[in-house]
Design a protein around this ligand. Structure first.
Ligand SMILES: NC(=O)NC(NC(N)=O)C(=O)[O-]
Length: 312
């Protein structure tokens, strides 16, 4: 399921809708906003009904509308979701998605001139529906382009994939080996009942509980855990374990174990946690690892996990 992979276009990961052919009815920035699109019926502003999405005017000349999106982190795209939630009499009947790889800091005009590869062919859309398109292309892309034919409204564009940032910039420097922005990824977890485990390696602070990882209450005597594949094989020197916003459901304790092939390397023994607290622990283990398992006891969740260190 490609939707379990992070949305590389998400605003909170640094994505941006850099240009659009038109946004007369509703702003292009909504395309990459986190969270489910909302709707309040019969809410009319001076431009018409208010929609939580990108909505262009009714075209009176040939052509079609488009929006250009810069991914928050470059990466390999595994699937795209075009969500027309709440757009019923005004959804575009067809859409197409293309992607480009443009290094540096291109302007919208330079992006329009870039070489675009079609990753989702022109496809029929329905109103008020999520359309899932799997992508089989191993190219690392930096931008996507959504074409809608001929016009209308799209609530959200999700671009799920594997982050492939340029880590050569960090040569000789320390970095957060867990960070999604550096290429870290949660590859497995015991439970994600309330919110997704990849949230713990997202940029910035969690504004509320749902922006972290939260599990259901455990009743079997076991404990919850997740595994982070690091940005690369590296030595972790400082762990930040943040329980912010988890007031009555913070785990009682945490332990960290490094994984390197078959080898398990203890990084942090079972250590008490406080609710709603950003904890920092220096780690003494000098061994490089590729993955880190985070065990929480017994359940609850975490707002953020940072694993600062060096690539080996
Ligand atoms: N934002 C709008 O008002 N859009 C449309 N109209 C309604 N009522 O939703 C339309 O496409 O004309």
């Amino acid at each position: 399921m490609f939707t379990a992979l992070p949305d590389l276009a998400l605003r909170t990961l640094g994505g941006a809708v850099v240009a659009a052919s038109d946004e007369s009815f509703a702003e292009k920035e909504s395309l990459i906003r986190p969270g489910r699109p909302g709707f309040s019926p019969a809410t009319f502003g001076s431009k018409g009904q208010v929609y939580d999405g990108w909505e262009t005017r009714r075209r009176r000349e040939p052509g079609h509308d488009w929006a250009l999106v810069r991914l928050g982190v470059p990466g390999v795209i595994r699937g795209v979701v075009v969500d027309t939630a709440w757009f019923k009499g005004n959804y575009p009947p067809h859409a197409r998605v293309a992607a480009a790889s443009v290094e540096g800091h291109p302007s919208p005009a330079e992006l329009l001139e870039a070489h675009w590869t079609e990753i989702v062919p022109l496809s029929g859309l329905k109103g008020d529906a999520e359309h899932h398109f799997e992508v089989t292309d191993d190219t690392r892309y930096t931008h996507v382009r959504l074409d809608i034919h001929p016009d209308g409204g799209v609530a959200r564009l999700r671009v799920h994939g594997e982050a492939r940032p340029d880590l050569s910039l960090y040569g000789g420097l320390g970095l957060d080996l867990a960070a999604l922005a550096n290429g870290g990824l949660v590859t497995d977890c015991s439970d994600a009942y309330y919110s997704a485990p990849n949230n713990v390696i997202a940029p910035g602070l969690a504004r509320h509980q749902a922006e972290g990882w939260e599990t259901a209450r455990r009743r079997d005597g076991g404990n919850d855990w997740l595994v982070i594949r690091l940005a690369g094989r590296g030595i972790v020197r400082l762990a930040e374990i943040d329980t912010t916003n988890l007031l009555y459901n913070a785990p009682g304790a945490v332990a960290l174990t490094g994984l390197d092939g078959e080898r398990e390397v203890p990084l942090l023994p079972r250590t008490r946690l406080q609710p709603d607290t950003p904890h920092r622990f220096r780690l003494a283990c000098p061994d490089p690892v590729t993955h880190v398992r985070v065990d929480i006891y017994p359940d609850g969740g975490l707002a953020r996990v940072r694993l600062h260190g060096h690539l080996a």
